[in-house]
Design a protein around this ligand. Sequence first.
Ligand code: ADP
Length: 183
Amino acid sequence: MGQGNLTKGDCEMKRLSIVKGDIVKAKTDAIVNAANTSLLGGGGVDGAIHRAAGPELLAECETLHGCRTGEAKITKGYKLKAKYVIHTPGPIWRGGKWGEEDLLANCYRNCLALAKEYGVKSIAFPSISTGVYRFPIDLAAKIAVGEILHFLETDDTMEQIILVCFDEGTKAAYQKAFAELTA
Ligand code: ADP
């Protein structure tokens, strides 16, 4: 299909990709960290990002005085290929009646708004909250892909958004959500 035949929907899909990999290796302008509210590092993807970025990342995080669940704060990327790290604490899943879905949607929305504010043209997200925070993967994938597609509908500055999945099961859930939301 030639570029001239692309619909707006096709264009949004072209700017979003779902891949399996390690987010610390992403060559995007920014990577998102599924942080905790202290912003002082943790396990999972948070630990991997801090290890790869080096101790200067923690030193900058210490100046930020934490971050509320669903909100986002930005730092430099230090030794990472990415220029920025956008830190967002996802909600801990406590059964679904504590606003978890809205809080997870806020994570994606606030990260994208902050990225835009800093002129970020490419950004990589991990699967926020679906590790030790135990958010159900199918629901998390639907919220993540839904928020990203919604953002791309009105945005014309972001060139590439990558959802970096750490395992095949996570990637399959995001692909399924993408297929359902773009059907
Ligand atoms: P949360 O506390 O938000 O649940 P976790 O780090 O425990 O965060 O898990 C979030 C997701 O990130 C999980 O799917 C986990 O497998 C994945 N993950 C862990 N390390 C990496 C990494 N280096 N790159 C990308 N994803 C990762």
